[in-house]
Design a protein around this ligand. Structure first.
Ligand code: KG4
Ligand code: ZN
Length: 339
């Protein structure tokens, strides 16, 4: 079954063709980073407009690159939430129009669920049950995936998402948007042990997260050091030291919480998902500390950690297989919950 997947929940327009939920036939993404960079964050109105501009071009590229046509599409899957409502509506309108014209089934997908399904697009797909860590710009949660469509939320952030913390700290440090990749780059030349930042909520049994205190700690440090203080060679930590120390703190927390989730459940398999999983230190630390000792560890390639249409098509396929189908009243839900 060939599913067309459409993703427009935030600032990436993603369109993909995926067969049987696992085989990618085409996957194209248009990043809006250059559009939003000058504002230091996503401007919702601009995001919606750019989804409209990119959509037709991406659909065409998908069919051109795969040699498939709209006639080959058996169903259409689209992200319906959570996300920016205006952006979601662009994807939904396109998906509904195509489903209506082609008379094929339509299915709405949860964006967090879709991130998890990026793990099903590659060889050695995760076997149920597994623990999923979703760490993105909008969400940070640990979910026990019991079966397709059967999720138990084990923990989530009480304030900022991990990616949001990267983005906000980057702003404090004067690094460009999006913060994750620029902090990672800056951290490469820094000393992760230079500054002893907190590892919030790692001492407690809960699987919830809190990243806002970490961000505040960086804020106070930058104030203390003053604008010139972050320069190397004055005995003060450099900006790179701060980037490296911050990155290490976030990764420490994420690794600790997933380890705790494994200890608290009978599950031995882990799947990582979401934009923050593009981070190299995070990938290395999970491989070294979670992927050993009889645990199974699944990490999608970097391009499939950030938003894309293929993960939406995969999640949609498994929903369709469960007999789910939407009608043309399908609507966006910016606060959609999983489950
Ligand atoms: O999953 P995603 O593409 O969109 C959302 O669903 O939010 O995640 C985007 C988030 C941003 O906050 C971005 O700063 C972060 O993922 N991110 C990273 C890296 N690449 C992207 N965080 C840390 N290290 C990275 N290399
Ligand atoms: Zn996402």
């Amino acid at each position: 079954m060939l599913v067309l997947g459409i993703e427009t929940s935030c600032d990436e327009t993603g369109v993909a063709l995926v067969e049987d939920g696992t085989k990618i036939r085409a996957n194209v993404v248009a990043s809006q980073v250059p559009v939003h960079a000058r504002y230091g964050g996503v401007v919702p109105e601009l995001a919606s407009r750019n989804h409209i501009i990119e959509m037709t071009r991406l659909l065409r590229r998908c069919f051109d690159e795969s040699g498939l046509t709209l006639d080959d599409v058996d169903a259409i899957a689209v992200t319906r939430g959570p996300g920016l409502v205006g952006s979601l509506l662009v994807g939904l309108s396109v998906a509904k129009s195509l489903a209506y014209v082609r008379r094929v089934p339509l299915v709405g997908v949860n964006h967090i669920e879709a991130h998890i399904y990026a793990n099903f697009l590659f060889r050695n797909e995760p076997q149920f049950p597994f623990v999923a860590l979703v760490a993105s710009g909008g969400h940070t949660c640990i979910i026990k995936c019991v079966d397709h469509g059967a999720y138990e939320l084990l923990g989530q952030t009480r304030d900022d998402a991990a990616g949001e913390a990267f983005d906000k700290v980057a702003k404090l440090l004067g690094l460009p948007y999006p913060g994750g990749p620029s902090i990672e780059k800056d951290a490469a030349t820094g000393n992760p042990k230079a500054i002893d930042l907190p590892r919030p909520m790692t001492e407690t049994e809960t699987l919830d997260f809190s990243f806002s205190g970490l961000k505040t700690a960086v804020l106070y440090l930058t104030r203390e050091l003053g604008s010139g203080g972050l320069e190397a060679g004055k005995g003060n930590p450099s900006r790179s030291d701060l980037s490296a120390s911050f990155q290490a703190a976030v990764v420490d927390v994420l690794v600790a919480k997933v380890k705790r989730a494994l200890a608290q459940t009978d599950v031995r398999r882990v799947a990582l998902a979401g934009g923050v999983v593009a981070n190299r230190l995070l990938r290395e630390r999970f491989a070294a500390e979670v992927g050993r000792g009889g645990n199974g560890l699944h990490i999608p390639p970097v391009a499939f950690c950030i938003d894309n249409g293929a993960m939406v098509a995969s999640a949609g396929y498994f929903r369709l297989m469960r007999g789910e189908q939407a009608d043309l009243t399908l609507n966006a839900d910016p606060n959609l919950r999983l489950g």
